[in-house]
Design a protein around this ligand. Sequence first.
Ligand SMILES: Cc1ncc(COP(=O)(O)O)c(C=O)c1O
Length: 400
Amino acid sequence: MTSYRKDFPILDQQVNGAPLVYLDNAATSQKPHVVIDALKDYYHRYNANVHRAVHALSDQATVAFEHARDRVREFVNAGSRNEIIFTRGTTESINLVANCYTGLLKPGDEILISHMEHHSNIVPWQMLAARTNAVLKACDVNSQGDIDLESFAELLTDKTKIVAIAHVSNALGTVNPLQQIIEQAHEAGAVVVVDGAQAVPHFDVDVSALDCDFYAFSGHKMYGPTGIGVLYGKEKLLDVLPPWQGGGEMIETVSINKSTYNTLPYKFEAGTPNIAGAIGLGAAIDYLTQLPRDEIKTSEDELLRLTLSQLKQIDGVRLVGEPEKRISVVSFLVDGSHPHDVGTLLDQQGIAVRTGHHCAMPLMAQLGIPGTVRASFSLYNSPEDVDRLIAGVRKAVSFI
Ligand SMILES: Cc1ncc(COP(=O)(O)O)c(C=O)c1O
């Protein structure tokens, strides 16, 4: 298996006296040289605002920015570039949809999510429900960490107008049966908003094949910069939604009393966008798509298998969730200790993991735990990283 570690300059460092083992990829991934270079190149050579000027630098920036949109369209197989809206990230993408639906829901309409969702796929819907007097419902997650499909089917009714669901759980790595959920939701007459933050870094996503109505993801979890993300939306839906933020770029004409709005996708991109971020995201997509993604998926799955089998052999370690289908995220607890203490002991050995509720407090409540220690793998992790993690956990257990 090829090592991609050398593509990521940050990984070449010692932390607390040991070579860094970075296992917090579900929070944010590291950035390859090509992405850092693309950002530098933009600021060094052609920094200018997009779409607005006739001068050469602006033209160059606009071409690069719009090229990034085309790369995103291809990456998720959207039918049209009009369906790709640049946002700050998954959170803003979901908030965009939730805000735009304000005028389209009536009291008593229902929004259906799951207990597995990240807070950014819960709170915007709570706020929408509060604005419209709609009702927010959440289907159960079983002790394995899978969505309880019976609970989902029970809660899905002809009152359900929006189903918002994660493609992959950030806390447990569960890959949800999205195709089935989308089909059922459509039969009930609901639109489906997918939180794809944890899916796009790990496997190919085809929004056309999925037939989802909206799909949200962040650049920084897929080797791109922070502060840039994407909302994919079906053109026929985006066309009828009102804009959510007003300002430059999203208008066609403005008089003091009235404005008319720009065409898609600009109607949803008020103000100066994150130009460097979009160009960096395009570079991340170029990087990712020239790699053998199936091979990388197999190697990430192998790291997952190794980690699970070795953690199971440590007395006092309890795995949290054993979902049917998952990506390379492992959540666990060490008996008699708080996850933060385990995380701190691992950090002292140069191993970066995440601890806590992972912005999924309703999931933790459903599982009856305050939080977990989470190790999440990426394409630059290796079996040696797993060995270091396991040795680190053994050491932590011996201290506790
Ligand atoms: C499943 C999931 N949804 C949404 C988010 C929010 O992403 P962002 O903070 O990039 O907007 C995250 C981030 O951890 C996530 O894992």
